[in-house]
Design a protein around this ligand. Structure first.
Ligand code: PLP
Length: 364
């Protein structure tokens, strides 16, 4: 069988190690690992299993379909899903013991109608996105408390999400969170789980860990921001392709669409079978580097749908040689953060952009 043209290798042991490390760095009673968007491109089931092996006690996803898929694959750990359609039917999710992050009175009522559901109340403490907002907080808490007290649902958690704008802004959100917890307690409800911090806040602010921290990006070994280097995490993903053609070209020869690059002198170029349809950002044209045998070389000319061209100078290279697109910089491969810098985005955006035709290879 031939080698897949493009492949993503994901290391289970790296994710397990990262979760173990994060539990030391940011300990809390419970640790959630977030595997939404196919485990940030790493594979949801693999990521969930590796996270649980590393000591995670909860798995988080955005929506119920993602949670149902994990249940279907035999993940029995506590699962939380927090983003729902306007007319969401909670029946199946409750039947599969999926905990629901709930942001509106209408959702509370829909869960209560089914009966037997467990919810974490999601509060907008200042991020300005999902979660019950200030203007209807009293009604939201009143409704939740009444439904909890009458046994129509169980309020088992209170959650929010911070903006990461600054330490002051995050701590201000935590204050709103604590006040909301007290308002809920004054209505007779004291949830077991209190959580507000994702990777960055959990690492940076011990006071934001409450009873549970929610790690997404850091569990995959990627830094939440450039300020979070040297945490002892291991990138779990290596994105790789291969050289499929090699040519010697002359000074002045143009390469790829619109001749954005012409060879300044005689050189060797390598054609690599991966492109923007696979998740190599087209916007990195002119900035990107890739790794061949531990050495970084520039990607030259326009990044195309299926192909990139690499200028290797006078290096000895051959068709079939592997090409590291991103992975562990300790091996010379550009990091996901490098690609994020080259395209003015964040690492999350890079790893979740892997295309459908990329072959996934799980490695221990
Ligand atoms: C509610 C919630 N919690 C946790 C996370 C994980 O965030 P991070 O990947 O920054 O750790 C996310 C991701 O955006 C989220 O939406």
């Amino acid at each position: 069988m031939s080698t897949p043209l493009r492949r993503v290798m994901v290391s289970r042991s790296a994710i397990q190690h990262n979760v173990e490390r994060l539990r030391e760095l940011a300990p809390a009673k419970d640790t959630m690992v977030v595997v939404k968007a196919n485990g940030y491109g790493h594979g949801a089931e693999l990521s969930a299993r590796a996270a649980l092996a590393g000591g995670a006690t909860w798995i988080g996803v955005a929506d119920i379909d993602e949670a149902m898929e994990l249940r279907g694959k035999g993940i029995t750990a506590p699962l939380l899903a927090w983003l729902h359609a306007a007319d969401e039917d909670f029946n199946e999710a409750i039947g599969r013991d999926i905990t629901l992050g709930i942001s509106t009175v209408a959702q509370l009522q829909a869960v209560a109608e089914v009966g037997g559901g467990t919810v974490h109340l999601k509060i907008d403490t200042g991020l300005g996105r999902n979660g019950a907002g200030r203007e209807n907080l009293a009604e939201f808490l009143d409704t939740a408390a009444a439904l909890h007290t009458s046994g129509k649902l169980v309020v088992d958690g209170l959650m929010s999400h911070v903006s990461g704008t600054s330490r002051e802004a995050d701590l201000a959100q935590a204050e709103v969170f604590c006040r909301t917890r007290d308002l809920l307690a004054s209505r007779g409800v004291t949830p077991t789980h209190l959580h507000i911090a994702a990777s960055a806040a959990a690492i940076d602010h011990p006071s934001l860990r409450f009873t549970m921290v929610r790690f997404g990006i850091a569990a995959y070994g990627l830094e939440p921001t450039r300020a979070h280097r040297d945490l002892g995490l291991m990138p779990a993903m290596r994105f790789e392709s291969s050289i499929v053609n090699v040519k010697r070209i002359s000074a002045g020869d143009g390469v790829s669409y619109n001749f954005l690059w012409t060879a300044p002198k005689e050189t060797t170029i390598a054609l690599v079978s991966v492109g923007y349809a696979d998740g190599v950002p087209r916007a990195a044209t002119g900035n990107a580097l890739v790794e061949i045998a531990g050495v970084r070389y520039p990607v030259v000319g326009r990044i195309a749908m299926d192909q990139i061209v690499v200028d290797v100078g006078d290096a000895e290279i051959n068709t079939g040689d592997p090409v590291g697109i991103w992975g562990d910089p300790a091996n010379g491969t550009p990091s996901v953060s490098d690609w994020a810098d080259w395209t003015d985005t964040i690492s999350y955006d890079i790893v979740t952009g892997i295309g459908n035709r990329v072959t996934r290879i799980d490695i221990p």
